[in-house]
Design a protein around this ligand. Structure first.
Ligand SMILES: C[S@@+](CC[C@H](N)C(=O)[O-])C[C@H]1O[C@@H](n2cnc3c(N)ncnc32)[C@H](O)[C@@H]1O
Length: 262
């Protein structure tokens, strides 16, 4: 995940947020499912006026030495949120497959945002696309199985397409989708895009196992079957870079709670 953090920053043009410019110098920020907390720490460092950055996660895997305006809490985002504290921005990144009920999560975000507050959700579109040639069949089959198995287990991974509708249903306005293409592999001519491609390939090779093993085992696949599929998908991601020029997409959806000064 730490690799994905660097990849995100590079993809967004050395930024942590699409709406970074609308943030005050001392915002109150909530990072939901903060993981190792790198994003929360980096945004806290960027807030020259202080403010407060809170990262919540099921697991206490964050570092102890953090900026004074940043802290972490063990909390379950699937339990009703404490709305006694209000935030200017709620950030949710790489949480596809984590939640059973995304529309409810967006309703909870609404309760903790100040009027005019911003939500930013960043996610990976798992299905690669080919600029030239075709996406290898084994990757398409894996994606279809991943979508089906995660949907059946109640924590679907194929949720990015729903974010805009669910945000609007929760009452958000100015809902906007931003898509950032990321080369998969070192095939791009441009130096920066090549680096993004190398990082993306490494993150994807790690991610294939992380996203597949547990759900597929739960769905009745043997360890051997799952391991073989993972190996085939990884191999396909590394094959014929220059021929099919695979991309994946970083998708960011931003929206605003109505009210407040603009
Ligand atoms: C894929 S990681 C994403 C980490 C981080 N957002 C990032 O961008 O690097 C998913 C994280 O969500 C956390 N998580 C999953 N379900 C959660 C829940 N119900 N409440 C809080 N955190 C949760 C996991 O513990 C894990 O650290």
């Amino acid at each position: 995940m730490d690799l994905r953090h660097e990849l995100s920053i590079m993809t967004l043009g050395e930024r942590l947020l699409v709406s970074q410019d609308s943030l005050s110098s001392a915002p109150r920020v909530l990072d939901v499912g903060t993981g190792t907390g790198l994003w929360a720490i980096d945004i806290a460092d960027k807030c020259s006026g202080g403010g407060e950055v809170v990262g919540i996660d099921l697991s206490p895997i964050q570092p102890r030495w953090v900026p004074p305006n940043c802290h972490f809490l063990v909390d379950d985002a699937e339990k009703t949120w404490d709305d006694s504290k209000k935030y200017n921005l709620v950030h949710i990144r790489y949480m596809e497959g984590a939640f059973t009920d995304w529309p409810w999560i967006f309703e909870q975000v609404m309760t903790v945002l100040e009027p005019g507050g911003i939500i930013e959700v960043h996610g990976i579109d798992f299905c690669p696309y080919a600029q030239e040639g075709e996406v290898p069949e084994v990757i398409l089959t894996w994606i279809a199985q991943l979508y089906d198995i995660t949907k059946k287990r109640g924590r679907p991974i194929d949720v990015i397409g729903g974010y805009e509708t669910w945000m609007e249903a929760a009452g958000f306005v100015d809902v906007e989708k931003h898509e950032f293409a990321q080369p998969l592999g070192p095939w791009a001519k441009d130096k920066r895009q090549k680096t993004i491609g190398v990082l993306n390939l490494e993150a994807t090779l790690n991610g294939v196992e992380a996203y597949t093993l547990e759900p597929f085992r739960e769905a009745g696949w043997s360890l051997k079957e799952a391991t073989v599929l993972i190996a085939l998908v990884r191999h396909a991601c590394q094959e014929n870079w220059y021929g099919n020029q695979l991309h994946t997409k970083l998708v960011v959806v931003t929206a605003r709670k109505p009210g407040g000064a603009r």
